[in-house]
Design a protein around this ligand. Structure first.
Ligand code: NAD
Length: 495
């Protein structure tokens, strides 16, 4: 990457293609070094990718599940083979620490591909039966067609995998638009998919801006399902774009996860969980712990403990394995985070500033005594910032946890099984952790409620986004005059 090459930002019909649009520089946000220059996709590049996907659909959707499974298993093997390159590239384009890329992003992606390689062979409908007495009813679950996907910059490889792989496993073809800031690992994934034996046109990538390539994709009449991961406002724009053609939509949007600490919690575990859960990926994680809501009796000790641990987090050169937290994705995003913190009336316990480093860094930040109307409490910050406020009993804690438009993830910290049960039932979110915050697994679904969107990524639940259910009803009587014909010609056809 030293000579800042021209990057072919599109992968269409099984080959690298330069977009027909303007040039965009790709920079390493931690060093400001130039990684390359990408020529952006235009509406006609999007159209070419959709056409290629459409013409590949029939063969891929009719391929035997065992064949689709074998191709995905081979892709997992190739990603494992090239794991170091993936981790390196992910670090360079996002500024995240190499430790996170190596231990979380890349192995998580491989595991997800392996899961769907297996699940591809396990697509089945429910039992068939003679519900009318005169027909056998059965269910076919069929690939929905061409899937358009739009992904964000925070976990570029994992988001591409979460969106594209279940769709491919289900027999769909995909056109995916990565964030224009971070296309490199998605393009590498598409190249390897071709090497793994995926037919040309089944998986296409178009790197372009949201308003141009993203809008062209979401509003394209050749798209059968639009799946989107990103911010809530943009998700709603994408939904409106897709609505023009009546296209199905799945949205994985923002979050503002509550982290509820009850008065019987293991304080040390909660402190460690809060720091790890709020600082993972420099806080640029839609499920990150963002609002600690802590029992009055534990509040002071929690604030002191979190601040002490946050100060021990090593921020700096992402390529150094000793670094805990790298930079944010861009200077513009870092400045947005800094501006939000600068406007708050909460008490800045630690952090609240950018360290003196050339990249887009921001220090781990704890904001205490935060008001319920403060924007740092209400809106997504998407940086290494945790707010903490007191609660006064279980009812108050759960009220505060649900006092948000978002509903992606939450955690409850308690040793009491009944409190844990109540919290898991009453907190409105797609995932509630008990005594932990962040872990995800390929076997279980990920997705939110409310302003966090709808539909699921990961697990066999995600297949619902990519399949249609068809009812096949076959007559078993063999008679010309069926019993229901009486509703049309009551006296019988020969009377
Ligand atoms: P973003 O919404 O700004 O952009 C996401 C994608 O949408 C990008 O590819 C962008 O180019 C595209 N886009 C932007 N404007 C568009 C338009 N007008 N039409 C079509 N596409 C458009 O989000 P981001 O800043 O890249 O990522 C951060 C956001 O993603 C946060 O809100 C975070 O919570 C969310 N996120 C959610 C999940 C989840 O699973 N729920 C996972 C990761 C990130």
């Amino acid at each position: 990457m030293a000579n800042a090459p021209d990057v072919a930002g599109c992968w269409i019909d099984g080959r690298a293609v330069f977009g027909g649009g303007a040039e965009l520089a790709l920079d390493n946000p931690a060093t400001t070094d130039r990684l390359g220059t990408v020529r952006l996709a235009t509406e006609s590049d999007v159209d070419a990718a959709v056409k290629s996907a459409r013409s590949s659909f029939l063969d891929w959707s009719r391929a035997m599940p065992s064949h689709r499974s074998a191709v995905l298993a081979e892709l997992a093997r190739l990603v494992k083979r090239d794991a170091d390159e993936f981790a390196q590239e992910e670090m360079l384009q996002t500024g995240k620490s190499i430790r996170l890329a190596t231990e979380f992003d890349v192995p998580g992606s491989i595991d997800n591909i392996e899961f769907f390689a297996g699940a591809a062979r396990n697509l089945e409908g429910r039992a068939s039966a003679e519900y009318s007495g005169e027909h056998t009813s059965s269910i076919r679950r069929e690939a929905v067609g061409v899937v358009g996907s739009i992904t964000p910059w925070n976990y570029p490889l994992q988001m591409a995998v979460w969106k594209a792989i279940p769709a491919l496993a289900a027999g769909c073809c995909v056109v995916l638009k990565p964030s224009e800031l971070t296309p490199l690992t998605t393009l590498r994934l598409a190249r390897l998919a071709t090497e793994a034996g995926l037919p040309d046109g089944v998986f296409n990538v178009i790197t372009g801006t949201g308003p141009e390539a993203g809008a062209a994709l979401a509003g394209h009449p050749g798209i059968d399902v639009m799946t989107f991961t990103g911010s809530t406002p943009v998700g709603r724009i994408v939904m409106a774009q897709a609505a023009v053609n009546g296209t199905r939509v799945q949205l994985e949007l923002g979050g503002k996860a509550p982290f509820v600490v009850f008065d019987d919690a293991d304080l040390e575990a909660a402190i460690h969980g809060a720091v790890a859960g709020s600082l993972i990926n420099a806080g640029q994680d839609c499920t990150a712990a963002t609002r600690a809501i802590v029992a009055e009796s534990l509040y002071d000790a929690f604030v002191d403990g979190v601040a002490e641990l946050m100060l021990r987090v090593v921020v700096g050169d992402p390529s150094d394995p000793a670094t805990d937290m790298g930079s944010l994705v861009s200077h513009a995003h870092r400045d947005r985070v800094a501006a939000m913190v600068a406007r708050t009336s909460a008490r800045v316990v630690c952090g609240g500033r950018a360290p003196e480093l050339p990249g887009a860094f921001y220090s781990p930040t704890l904001l205490a005594e935060v008001g319920e109307d403060d924007e740092v409490y209400r809106n997504e910050i998407f940086g290494p910032v945790l707010t903490v406020s007191k609660h006064y009993g279980d009812d108050d804690a759960l009220r505060r946890a649900n006092d948000t438009a978002f509903g992606l993830a939450a955690s409850a910290w308690t040793r009491d099984v009944y409190r844990a049960g109540r919290a898991s039932r009453e907190i409105a979110a797609g995932c509630v952790w008990i005594n932990d915050h962040i872990p995800i697994i390929s076997e279980m679904p990920h997705g939110g409620v409310g302003a966090s969107g709808f539909g699921k990524d990961m697990s066999s639940y995600s297949f619902e986004e990519y399949l249609t259910i068809k009812h096949v009803m076959a007559d078993i009587t063999g008679v010309a005059e069926k019993s229901w014909h009486r509703t049309v010609f009551a006296k019988g056809s020969d009377s």
